[in-house]
Design a protein around this ligand. Sequence first.
Ligand code: SAM
Length: 263
Amino acid sequence: MNYIMHTPEEGLRVERKTDRGLTIEQLEWAGIQQGMRVLDLGCAAGTTCRIMADLVGESGRIIGVDVSARRLSEAKAHVSHRPWIEYRQGAAEKLPAANAEFDLCWSRFLFEYLEEPAIALAEMIRVTKPGATVCVSDIDGNCIWHYPRENELDEEIQEALHTFGRSFNPRAGLSLYTLFVDAGMRGVVADLRPYHLIAGKIDPDRAAEWKMKLDGVVIALQARGWSESRASRLSAALMSHLHNPRTLTYSALFTVRGRVGEL
Ligand SMILES: C[S@@+](CC[C@H](N)C(=O)[O-])C[C@H]1O[C@@H](n2cnc3c(N)ncnc32)[C@H](O)[C@@H]1O
């Protein structure tokens, strides 16, 4: 377990970038309903848990699991905490949950950081009731699809990916469908939609979100041996690409759901 984005600002970053409308659409596609007991794996500061709590209502229960004690204390301190949300600290690879505990298991933007995604999926399956749904959503092309290509920027992105090794998979979304099928899930379905689409000069709010994300990447690269100046140059080159009125950056969001086999 080697999460690359453990920065003090991470909870705020996730809160800022969460699109409530998109999240509700995805959760409804996953099959969330009133009264369900739902797992949110990699819940960070609880942004999605609070949306889930509104959808399941007081008769339901949301369990947010995250490896970071700091994120969980931010989640518990949130002003709009709903008492039917519970937080547990633990790892995706060894979930702090009982067998067949949940009516729905959900995880978004976590699998791209997992070295052993199949183990995490097996754990999600273990804690889901027979016949119930597991749903995972993640990005294909996180930070890598830019046009026009600039050789130096491309090379530095490749070097950064090499440095992160198995701690970051920018194409994680693409692998989810096969991961679900290989895990023996039933009725596996994939959904695809555009995620990042920045055509022309980025707007100020999204630029601030990208800056926060890249500040986290700079810290993570430094922790893995890069000099501050080299890591900051990469971040500045990417920001300059995003501010350029004639460039385009994109990624796609895969969401995959499947049912756990009946006993
Ligand atoms: C990008 S954030 C998740 C965002 C949120 N799920 C959403 O939809 O916006 C990833 C979270 O996963 C947590 N995390 C990373 N590795 C983990 C692991 N192996 N087990 C559990 N949580 C992990 C991090 O602490 C972080 O809070």
